[in-house]
Design a protein around this ligand. Sequence first.
Ligand SMILES: [Fe+2]
Length: 241
Amino acid sequence: MGNFFDLHSHMLCRVDDGASSEEEMYEMLDRSYADGVRGLCLTPHFSPSMFDDTRESSEKSFALLKAYAAEKYPDLELFLGNELGYYDGCQRALEAGICRTMAGSRYVLVDFPEYVEFITLRSGLGLLQRSGYKVILAHAERYRCLYRQIDWIRSFVAAGGIIQLNASSVEGGWGNGAKRQWKKLMRLGLAHIISTDAHNLTTRPPELSICMNYLKLHCTEEEISLLTWENAWRVTRDMAI
Ligand SMILES: [Fe+2]
């Protein structure tokens, strides 16, 4: 198994709808490491209307996980970020440092509801980009409104937008539409980063290797390395992709 960098995960316990106990969090990390992950960014949801203020709880869990990893997996690097559930005025939370960017960089991981209207998604991402953030669109294959908006996706990427895909979508984890869109984005060279978006050990496990069959058939070694390691690594160093 190759070396992976998982940039999107909900492993921190008792923070959002991710790991529900310390044991589950540690077991998720064990699974992730066994899968080949050597760089990991924890990205609890930042959605005040759903999860209240999670700064304290996420920092506490992150400290526990770091201590566990330092003891057991000294070659594993851990970072902290957030997955910002877009809402009107959310850039104020970023500016105030209430919502985290990715590992303190200018990159922000942003998500929307699956059935968001195109106009809402487009204006939200544009606004964050104009505010000076490097926007990573979380699980870009899942938004219905983007199935027929490949030209807009091209322009988003040309303006510096980053496309993150969930590894499990290529095996149908998010339905046939998302699976088709995942492959289309890959085929057109519009994808930058593949992550797990892991939430638990059962229905949404930390399994980045699930997409490797596809990648080995359709991508060069260099492309695989960019998608599963290099680009995510660059995000945590605030380097250009
Ligand atoms: Fe997520």
